[in-house]
Design a protein around this ligand. Sequence first.
Ligand SMILES: Nc1ncnc2c1ncn2[C@@H]1O[C@H](COP(=O)(O)OP(=O)(O)OP(=O)(O)O)[C@@H](O)[C@H]1O
Ligand SMILES: [Mg+2]
Length: 351
Amino acid sequence: MGKVIAVANQKGGVGKTTTAVNLAASLAAAEQPTLLIDTDPQANATSGLGINPQQLTKTIYEVMVDGIPPAEATMKTELAYLEMIPSHINLVGAEIEMIEVVHREKVLLKALEAMRRKYTYVVIDCPPSLGLLTLNALTAADSVLIPVQCEYYALEGLGQLLNTISIVKKHLNQLLDIEGVLLTMYDSRLRLSNQVASEVRRYFGDKVFQTIITRNVRLSEAPSHGKPVLLYDALSIGTKNYMDLATEILRRDGILAEPPAVDVASAIISPPPQSAPPSLPRQAPATEPPAEPAEKILAASASRPQATTAGSAQQAGAETGNGNGNTRQQSQDSAAAPAQQQQQRDISSLG
Ligand SMILES: Nc1ncnc2c1ncn2[C@@H]1O[C@H](COP(=O)(O)OP(=O)(O)OP(=O)(O)O)[C@@H](O)[C@H]1O
Ligand SMILES: [Mg+2]
């Protein structure tokens, strides 16, 4: 059974798609049969792998809304070990179209039941929201990887994400784990980047990946060439960062013992093995958690107070005058201390 990793953060532009595409490509370059699923109507992961979403008739939309077998929507990529289920702008209507579907938060979980046997890893790129599509990804996943941009307001909204993860764990997917928090777009020259990195480490402790993704222009250029960075510029720092991330995960999963000697060229041209991939068992819970309707969970996560403010990161941002959060909210210093305590409780309750 493959391991399903959802790359999620409802904040926009933090590096979810860049991480999903390049982590999946790096796992594939390490000869692990990998499936990348694009669940974002923006279809950035799809176009980032050189697939034109306009020309597709079978995508994750048809899998989730029309119920076609996911194998029919699966496409090959330039990397021999990497396949993808693309997305389409139609997916934007999925939440409404699925309103009548019973257990609509479990549609992706059910669709992937047969698929996950074929792959060692399934990586899901989530949209920037905590709506039904992300809920489906979290319900189908074994773990969630949270990219955090080393920028102003980095931790904003993470409390809400952690609440949603807690609720999903309680009601839909008891086994959901945090794969790790990934620092992205890090620039060692900026005091702000360093302050955000230490702030994130202070909150999340050993949940933060050792690997840090630095700001690298090759990572932002590669999608316009329809390639993961390792095929666009194998020697770039972006390629190295995402190979390091893949290595960290492979080591932790016991698949890789030694540092990999990955030959990207041979991974591209050699066919994948016929034998079944190594299995990463998904243990059955002692008792199935009671099913909870999607709207209840969505409402609960939306109504919870925002538990996160990055007090010192904000100060740091104010010092440098640097900031580009996508959805900004002014935090209140007076509320920061209890909010931080609440978030730390949230994190520790996630195990
Ligand atoms: N490490 C990096 N260095 C330089 N640019 C990066 C890096 N990571 C991501 N980017 C760029 O930042 C932008 C946002 O990244 P990305 O699309 O991966 O974020 P996202 O979280 O998926 O966004 P959305 O929420 O809209 O789906 C893109 O233009 C991407 O090329
Ligand atoms: Mg994206």
